[in-house]
Design a protein around this ligand. Structure first.
Ligand SMILES: NC(=O)c1ccc[n+]([C@@H]2O[C@H](COP(=O)([O-])OP(=O)(O)OC[C@H]3O[C@@H](n4cnc5c(N)ncnc54)[C@H](OP(=O)(O)O)[C@@H]3O)[C@@H](O)[C@H]2O)c1
Length: 260
């Protein structure tokens, strides 16, 4: 067995056990197009030791999100890029392993940005303590976390759809889109999804409750979208935070696009 592989079960291992090596995924070079394995490097070091007023966190769950592609690039952006040789950024659910702070103790579960690594050090800033009794702590990175919050605010605060209106959601089975569609249904809207492939479209309708879902690879996407948003109903479409698909749409479609 490779001694560098940490084989604990994060749900069963108690704090203080098996603090071993720290696997860190570093950004080796800035990717062109789709990131490749060679753009990253895995480094294994001894787990860091928390200093005064610091805590040692063990990553239980790491969320992989689209914004990470932006962090790999040094193009102008609203957020600083990950420096070359730096640990990739990422939202994490972690468990406090050792604490030199009064406000956290070993065993606490927290939401933070520990990055692509097994262990991280925190001074407590930006951490959210999680209720250990929630059904699955990984939900804090999904529907109860940033993607769920984005869906909620994007649809209800910015989109403000009204009962009976049609809400069109791109990347409908993704972390954000799947929640947008379900909230739209709760608000008595018609939910039309756009997703890549038949299986995703089936999932959107049968599992998530979308009224209809269109494969974005369909050559007649614009026509199918128009059919899915029948005139006569209070038609108003939103493509929430998924602006990459706007270029595919027929400008005569009559959908009101919002890209906050
Ligand atoms: N502003 C914010 O605070 C905020 C927060 C969260 C997310 N977002 C944005 O919201 C969007 C969705 O995020 P997410 O976390 O739900 O992502 P996700 O779960 O990773 O879903 C991404 C999906 O986008 C679709 N996609 C990929 N390339 C595409 C292309 N070229 N054309 C059309 N669709 C493509 C794919 O689904 P299909 O193959 O099924 O189409 C992919 O599965 C992203 O743009 C993300 O950056 C913004």
């Amino acid at each position: 067995m490779n001694a560098n592989v940490i084989t604990y079960d994060p749900q069963k291992t108690a704090p203080h056990e098996t603090i071993a090596n720290n696997r860190r995924v570093l950004l080796q070079c800035r990717p062109h197009g789709v990131p490749k394995r060679e753009d990253f490097r895995i480094e294994v070091l001894p787990a860091p030791v928390p200093g005064q007023n610091e805590i040692l966190l063990r990553t239980l769950y790491l969320s992989l999100d689209p914004y990470m592609r932006g962090r790999m690039s040094d193009e102008p952006s609203y957020a600083a890029p990950v420096p070359l040789g730096g640990v990739m950024e990422g939202g994490t659910v972690s468990r406090v392993e050792r604490s030199n702070r009064d406000d956290f103790e070993a065993g606490d579960l927290v939401l933070g940005y520990g990055g692509w690594q097994d262990f991280s050090i925190s001074n407590g800033v930006g951490l959210t303590r999680l209720d250990a009794n929630i059904h699955k702590t990984s939900l804090a990175l999904g529907v109860l976390g940033m993607p769920g919050f984005t869906a909620y605010m994007g649809l209800l605060d910015i989109g403000q759809p009204k009962k009976g209106e049609t809400v069109v959601v791109a990347a409908a089975t993704g972390a954000v889109g799947s929640v947008v569609g379900q909230i739209a249904k709760i608000r008595r809207c018609r939910a039309v999804g756009i997703a890549g492939g038949a299986e995703k479209c089936r999932f959107a309708v049968e599992e998530l409750g979308f009224d209809e879902c269109i494969d974005r690879h369909d050559r007649d996407l614009a026509k199918r979208l128009k059919l899915a948003c029948p005139a006569g109903t209070a038609q108003r479409g939103f493509l929430i935070l998924q602006s990459f698909i706007c270029g595919l749409l027929d400008p005569n479609l009559g959908l009101r696009l919002k890209d906050p």
